[in-house]
Write a protein that binds this ligand. Structure first.
Ligand code: UDP
Length: 362
């Protein structure tokens, strides 16, 4: 069987790493399973791409489509053109896409039009918020998917409600947590730990990159001002996503306890998360990692496609509502943040289950 794996952006690399390892293990067992790794080039910045290949021992992609930056439509179009050629030159039995980025959707469309089966890892999750490009990517991708690999019973239920036939839904767990479990023992103290004299549970980590938060100068300013006021002077480490950087350059928001840094590598970033007092974020994947590491997580979004991070995890949604943000900080500093537990099947073996299923169904 020939599988083409697609990865284009930071969270994709973290999800694809354990799947490639599981394929290698299957090959060692004697299965005739070949794969081709296609990097679309959606993220090309070394901090958001190359570094992850190195740290997570992901083999070099067989091809990089080199699409680079652009508007949503420009990127979608460039990925589709590049991937169509790639599939014509290197036919396969199944295209496996992960997550919810532009590359996920664009390659699913190309594959389906070429009559190639589509497998979607992290299928079925929905925020219900169509202002998020990721939500549109999820809906389109799942409407074309043949094999749905899911992270939660909630995702299974969404798919059943949409009329997806039950035998096509495979509840396998969470590949992002496979990566976390595998590399937890290698998490690495970043140099800034000593430079800023950080201590365990004595600082906050913040990430912001969703268009809903970072496309408005006024909103970013309001959010950062409020967070600084509530932070009691605790150091806030803020690895800045390139999308957010453009806006911050214009704002000149300087505070003594706010430390802007470049996006960190996976091992250093998660070292910081693991030892933080709390995380403030609008990321999806980070809410899952914080849940598994039992770190309080304040999410600056009104919706989530990962409700289990709130219902059984450590995550709380506050949107950009000043009252909710204030309440979350009050709970945090009173030491009464809810304790999370680990969602079903987030056990480090999701990728193995995916590859086992693929070898029997394709
Ligand atoms: N991450 C990282 N370095 C950073 C910030 C995030 O390695 O400076 C990792 C994080 O641990 C998680 C992933 O990037 O695994 C989340 O990516 P992102 O927030 O870009 O995407 P989302 O999950 O929101 O789609």
């Amino acid at each position: 069987m020939n599988i083409t794996l697609v990865a284009g952006a930071r969270p994709n690399f973290i999800k694809i790493a354990p799947i490639i390892e599981a394929i290698h293990n299957k090959q060692t067992e004697g299965f005739l399973l070949n794969y081709r790794l296609v990097h679309t080039g959606q993220h090309y910045d070394e901090n958001l791409s190359g570094a992850f290949f190195e740290e997570l021992s992901i083999p070099a992609p067989h091809v990089n489509l080199g699409v680079g930056s652009g508007t949503q439509a420009e990127q979608t179009a460039a990925i589709m053109i590049g991937f169509e050629k790639e599939l014509q030159e290197n036919p396969c039995d199944v295209v496996l896409v992960v997550g919810d980025v532009t590359s996920t959707m664009a390659c699913a469309i190309v594959a389906k039009k070429a009559h190639v089966k589509v497998a979607h890892v992290e299928a079925g999750i929905r925020s219900g918020d169509l202002t998020m490009p990721e939500e549109i990517n999820r809906i389109v991708t799942d409407s074309l998917t043949d094999y749905f690999f899911t992270t939660s019973e909630y995702a299974n239920e969404n798919l059943r409600q949409l009329g997806v036939e039950v035998p096509k839904i495979f509840f396998v767990g969470n590949v992002m947590i496979d990566t976390l479990r595998k590399h937890e023992c290698r998490f690495k103290k970043p140099p800034l730990w000593d430079d800023l004299k950080l201590k365990n549970k004595n600082y906050l980590v913040m990430t912001l990159h969703r268009p809903s938060n970072v496309d408005s100068e006024q909103l970013v300013k309001k959010l950062i001002d409020q967070i600084i006021k509530l932070s009691k002077g605790y150091p806030i480490i803020f690895p800045v996503h390139p999308r957010t950087q453009k806006l911050l350059n214009a704002l000149h928001l300087n505070f003594k306890n706010l430390h802007y840094v470049n996006p960190l590598g996976y091992l250093e970033f998660n070292y910081l998360v693991k030892h933080a007092l709390a995380i403030i974020t609008d990321s999806g994947g980070i809410t899952e990692e914080a849940t598994v590491m039992d770190i309080p997580c304040i999410t600056l979004r009104n919706t989530t496609e990962r409700p289990e991070t709130c219902t059984i995890g450590t995550n709380v949604l506050v949107g950009n509502d000043p009252k909710k943000i204030k309440k979350a900080f009050k709970t945090l500093f009173s030491g009464t943040w809810k304790k999370g537990s680990i969602p079903e099947l987030w056990d480090g073996h999701a990728a193995k289950r995916i590859v086992n299923h693929l070898t029997t169904i394709v």
